[in-house]
Design a protein around this ligand. Structure first.
Ligand code: F6P
Length: 335
């Protein structure tokens, strides 16, 4: 059999463990298997940019951040039918039996669109996808995505550093978190570090109330701002400073952006193990000639339920529209 492995969208820690597990499982179970890595994500599939992978080429990478295969965003892929056709044709011409994908929302949607063409053109390639994203917005009714807990670990570390300086100076810190329109990363990091407030996308923020909270606190106040919130850090700072001045609240405000730092660094052990487990299950299923699908898995050892890609690509069916009530209750209970 011939396998290809691709990492798409924003990189995240855990992708390398996924790649390694695909390569090692394939070659250990059936040494005659040919495994190629698609370079630079979906772009590599459009331009036929591959690298043959053997057991040595994936040695020592499980915990390394980023992706050794590279990833380039190709937003046009979602809408440009000629690009989709090129990709489907390349999979056919290169005689790929299975394409293993680890990626976020955009990758799952691209995979689903390509699969539609593959099926109508009777191309035999199958596509198996795993969720890989720090945003945790890929099919999040089916467990967290690979990379989410690694990014949370980094966020927690940075937020604790900020606490040190914030409490020393009795300052307010506005801290930006990545996570796109999903506030998962910001919200969970807020719970884990015990931040005073997390501003989420679309929220009608009561800044007067935040000012009262700051006024009543003695030392540090850390307010995390989720990426999708409509105002940027300088705008929020200005709003709060105006209120502070009017109400004679004497706390200084500083801003800091954690964004790209959250995405890098070593993978969390949970992400390494789960990425390895899901990839291994995919390979076993591929050798058993399984159909295309999206692999959900909550934890290592949990038998992934495989759901059709068209369901995985449909946010209305598979993603929580917002942070679940139970998690909000948890956050409130810990304040
Ligand atoms: O999807 C992952 C993510 O890190 C988001 O949180 C963020 O909005 C985006 O990627 C940033 O993308 P880029 O690396 O293209 O700037």
């Amino acid at each position: 059999m011939k396998f290809a492995v691709l990492t798409g969208g924003g990189d995240c820690s855990g992708m390398n463990a996924f790649v390694r597990a695909v390569v090692r499982s394939s070659l250990n179970i059936h040494p005659e298997t040919s495994v190629i890595g698609v370079l630079d994500g979906w772009k590599g599939l459009i331009y036929n940019n591959y690298r043959k992978l053997d057991k040595l080429s994936v040695a020592g990478i499980t915990s390394a951040g980023g992706t050794i295969l590279g990833t380039v965003r190709v937003p046009e892929l979602a809408t440009d039918s000629s690009l989709l056709e090129t990709t489907a044709r390349n999979l056919h011409d290169n005689r790929i039996d299975y394409l293993f994908v680890c990626g976020g929302n955009g990758s799952i949607k691209a995979a689903n669109a390509i699969l539609g063409l593959i099926q109508s053109d009777k191309i035999k390639t199958k596509i198996l996808c795993a969720p890989g994203s720090i945003d945790n917005d890929v099919c999040n009714e089916y467990g967290s995505s690979i990379g989410f807990y690694s990014a949370l670990d980094k966020s927690l570390e940075m937020l604790e550093w900020i606490r040190d300086t914030a409490s020393s100076h009795r300052r307010v810190y506005l801290i930006k978190s990545m996570g796109r329109a999903s506030a998962y990363l910001a919200f969970y990091a807020g719970i884990a570090t015990g931040a005073e407030y997390v501003i989420t996308p679309g929220e009608d923020v009561d800044f007067e109330k935040i000012a009262t909270m700051v006024d009543e606190r003695d030392r540090d106040t850390r307010i995390i701002v989720a990426e999708g919130y409509e105002q940027d850090l300088p705008q929020i700072r200005e709003t709060l400073e105006t209120i502070f001045k009017k109400r004679d609240i004497r706390h200084e405000i500083r801003t800091v952006d954690m964004s790209y730092f959250q995405r890098g660094g070593n993978a969390a052990v949970t992400d390494i193990l789960r990425a390895s487990w899901v990839a291994y299950r995919m390979v076993v299923d591929a050798f058993n000639k399984c159909d295309s699908g999206f692999y959900t898995a909550y934890y290592t050892g949990h038998m992934p339920r495989v759901i059709p890609l068209n369901i995985a690509a449909d946010d209305n069916q598979t993603s929580h529209p917002g942070i679940p009530e139970a998690i909000i209750d948890l956050a409130l209970a810990l304040r």
